[in-house]
Ligand binder design. Sequence first.
Ligand code: FE2
Length: 152
Amino acid sequence: MNVLLKELQAYHHEVAIKITRIKELLRKMKHESDAADDCKLLFKMLEALHGDAERHHHENEELIRLALLTTEAPIHQRVKDIERDHQAFGRIAGQLKTLEDTTLETRVIADTVDDFIKKYFDHMDSEENIFFPLADKWLSDDQWQEITRQWH
Ligand SMILES: [Fe+2]
């Protein structure tokens, strides 16, 4: 597999580990009456999913996706959805941040974050099983060179 795709996949692996920890914390929070400290920790963990690394990861994937659209590759609907996902995650990240300043119940926060995590896993799944293999098969060496030049 192309070295850039491997890099994206390695990032997914790191994120999956972080998300699994967040899920464990959420499960714990749902069974506690006072979860203020856990809530603080939760938002700290979520921050790791909204930083520069995350933004660059999505920008890099967009470089590949746009190159793929110029090829004859059959574009699966789930590949088309990836752009929409990337925009949505940016929006959701902002919404999650505002949750921190509200006094919503723990359960509401936990459900919102749970929903985000589910979408994120589905998104990574589409990328790894449909998008990356397509890019690996269809992009030319010249295209990969151009992508490398713009890579973050
Ligand atoms: Fe990704």
